[in-house]
Design a protein around this ligand. Structure first.
Ligand code: GUN
Length: 292
């Protein structure tokens, strides 16, 4: 069994990006600048956005964090997005999800300039992804592809089962794994809350990508020998023995599933750090597109 070590690979990627930033600086050019908008004070979202900003510092990017209150109106948020769209200093930005209930997420995603949409959530970019056109691939699926690629995990002709059809992970992942090329060329089954007999499906899978958010959902009995397991779950579970009062638990019963798997991502230290590295990669790409 091989651990797909997202912490190590994401560090390699960040070092590669930092080297690119150094070249940009040596030429006296403007370094990439990522902005993030966060609305409200959800603890997990604040942590994720904080990690994104910290990662920018680590590779030498400029970063801007825009914090807006929980009572922000849709119009106020759309105004802020317009500002970032028009600000030539900003190469790319994200609006951290989820948003408070008074704000329509679809309107927000449509308001982001597709050329600055480093999350790849705008329909223009999502459509381009589905049509094999060059675009921003959403960071978590992009990170999973990169991890499979760097470990040389074969995907061609394999049966990939994706669990969960979220717009951020499951849906794009199901498209990407079936695309022509590497990683890709898989036969994909997308499962969700209405799927019947999920064990029958997962036990036929060569590759399982679980993005459900249910701790320890995927048990050893649901997995065949030598399967490749990618765990996207990051649920906070109360744990008074930890300094923070919680620990992060994945979708996969790691202790038992890892005994059968050929490759498996840990939680934490698997997909999570890859997401941040690929957001940085998309921002570097956005800067290249703007300066061309
Ligand atoms: N919330 C959870 N994951 C993501 C992500 O990748 N991007 C944004 N903007 N919000 C998220």
């Amino acid at each position: 069994m091989t651990i797909l070590d997202g912490k190590k690979v994401s560090n390699d990627i960040k070092n590669e990006i930092a080297a690119e930033v150094q070249k940009i600086k040596d030429k006296g050019e403007k370094v990439p600048h990522l902005a993030a908008i966060i609305v409200g004070n959800d603890g997990a979202s604040l942590t994720y956005v904080g990690s994104k900003v910290k990662a920018c510092e680590r590779v030498g990017f400029e970063s801007t964090l825009v914090q807006m209150s929980n009572t922000t109106s849709e119009i106020e948020l759309l105004e802020k997005i317009k500002e970032l769209n028009e600000n030539p200093e900003i190469d790319g930005f994200i609006v951290q999800l989820p948003l408070p209930p008074q704000i329509n997420e679809q309107k927000v995603l449509l308001a982001v300039n597709p050329d600055k949409d480093v999350d790849g959530f705008h329909p223009t970019n999502f459509g381009k992804m589905a049509l094999d056109m060059s675009t921003f691939i959403p960071a978590t699926p992009f990170g999973i592809l990169e991890l499979l690629d760097r470990y040389g995990v074969e995907t061609k002709g394999k049966h990939t089962v994706v669990i969960g059809r979220s717009h951020i992970v499951g849906r794009p992942m199901s498209i990407l794994m079936g695309r022509k090329g590497f990683p890709g060329n898989s036969t994909v089954t997308l499962t969700h809350s209405h799927t019947k007999n999920i064990t029958q499906i997962t036990s036929q899978a060569d590759i399982i990508i679980s993005a459900l958010g249910v701790p320890n959902f995927l048990k050893a009995e649901m997995v065949k020998d030598d399967a490749v397991i990618v765990d996207v779950g990051i649920t906070r579970v109360t744990d008074e023995t930890r300094p923070r009062g919680y620990r992060i638990v994945g979708d996969v019963d790691f202790a038992n599933v890892s005994k059968k798997a050929s490759y498996i991502t840990p939680v934490p230290g698997g997909v999570g750090p890859m997401t941040i590295a690929m957001l940085l990669k998309n921002t570097l790409l956005a800067r290249e597109r703007h300066t061309r």
